[in-house]
Write a protein that binds this ligand. Structure first.
Ligand code: ADP
Ligand code: MG
Length: 319
């Protein structure tokens, strides 16, 4: 299939119409009209086969995840997603692959009313880079540097499922009933876009958990000039995770695993309860997992207050 036929196939699969797209796919660049009183929020994340998703991942799941990880970054800023660009590198012009890929991408794009407004198609080892664009009321973006001593620390949803799926992948334990649920969290993360819009202007700092809770909260701690203490016994876990690992292994996966795409945030203690209630009402419960204290770094303690050794500080590229 020729390059332009592939682009046409993608365009037809992803046909979300938005009035703020003045010019979409087909010209040299897109022309977009952000709403007045708002700031543009932009991010790009690349998925490389074998690094960010296992070889053999279904094409539709790759399409979903490529957009999901970027919508998660927008959610962590409290932004409302609007537009995306897709840079696709393919080993061959495989129409069947592109069709399935685009359908997974389009499914998530439709759920968040995101228009695909352009991209690039090249040949090479399979890799996908999505640029996502959204907006937030001027001055109200959620940042990493606003955590203050005595703030409460929360996380949305549950942690550890995706890391658990990666741990079990390729082993005999893939046959266990819980594996499919864990694998779904790895392949089809749900970006917490609605939660981000509840948090914006209210959380003191926010980040999405992509590299692992300790590693990501480490960015918040450093950029805010504080330390964060995590109560390991409070980490929220899914029934599938609880069924699959003992407490020791589970907590290690939850602290260090990554690929969760949940939002970790800090909030002044006095406002924490009301914010958590509003999040639950929006359909995304959050759990209090710790506190901001003086000092530096991220520390985890067990139910008795005894420090937990953090051996694996999350996933680091080029480590
Ligand atoms: P140019 O040569 O001017 O960069 P291209 O021939 O690469 O343009 O692309 C033609 C049009 O198709 C552009 O509007 C571009 O944004 C869009 N496009 C190319 N690849 C993709 C893709 N994978 N997904 C969405 N749009 C794409
Ligand atoms: Mg051009």
């Amino acid at each position: 299939m020729a390059e332009f036929d592939l682009i046409d196939l993608i365009r037809r699969r992803c046909d979300i119409a938005r009035a703020d797209v003045r010019l979409g796919i087909g010209d040299d660049a897109a022309v977009l009209a952000p709403p007045s009183g708002h700031e543009l929020v932009a991010c790009v994340d690349t998925l490389v086969a074998g690094v960010h998703f296992p070889h053999g991942t279904a094409a539709a799941d790759i399409g979903w995840k490529a957009l999901a990880v970027n919508l998660s970054d927008l959610a962590a800023m409290g932004a409302t997603p609007a537009w995306a660009l897709l840079a696709l590198t393919l080993p061959q012009a495989d129409a069947e692959f592109v069709d399935a890929f685009a359908s997974g991408f389009a499914e998530l794009a439709a759920a968040h009313h995101v228009a695909l407004v352009g991209g690039d198609t090249t040949s090479g080892p399979l890799a996908v880079a999505v640029t996502a664009l959204g907006f937030v009321a001027s001055g109200r973006a959620l940042r990493r540097d606003g955590a203050r001593v005595d703030d409460a620390v929360y996380v949305t949803g549950t942690l550890g499922d995706a890391a658990a799926a990666l741990r079990l992948l390729g082993s005999a334990r893939e046959a266990e009933p819980a594996f499919a649920e864990l694998r779904a969290r790895l392949d089809r993360p749900q970006p917490r876009v609605a939660a981000g819009t509840v948090l914006h202007g209210r959380a003191s700092a926010c980040i999405d958990v992509s590299d692992g809770l300790v590693a990501d909260l480490g960015h918040v701690a450093r950029q805010s000039g504080v330390a964060i203490e995590i109560d390991a016994a409070c980490l929220p876990a899914s029934p599938a995770l609880l069924a699959s690992f003992d407490a020791h292994e589970r907590i290690a996966l939850q602290l260090g695993g990554g690929d969760d795409y949940e939002l970790a945030f800090t909030v002044p203690t006095a406002q924490a309860h009301a914010l958590a209630e509003d999040l639950a009402r929006s359909g995304c419960a959050a759990t209090r997992i710790g506190r901001v204290v003086e000092g530096s770094g991220v520390h985890a303690i067990d139910a008795d207050g005894v420090p937990i050794e953090l051996s694996r500080r999350g996933w680091e590229h080029f480590a």
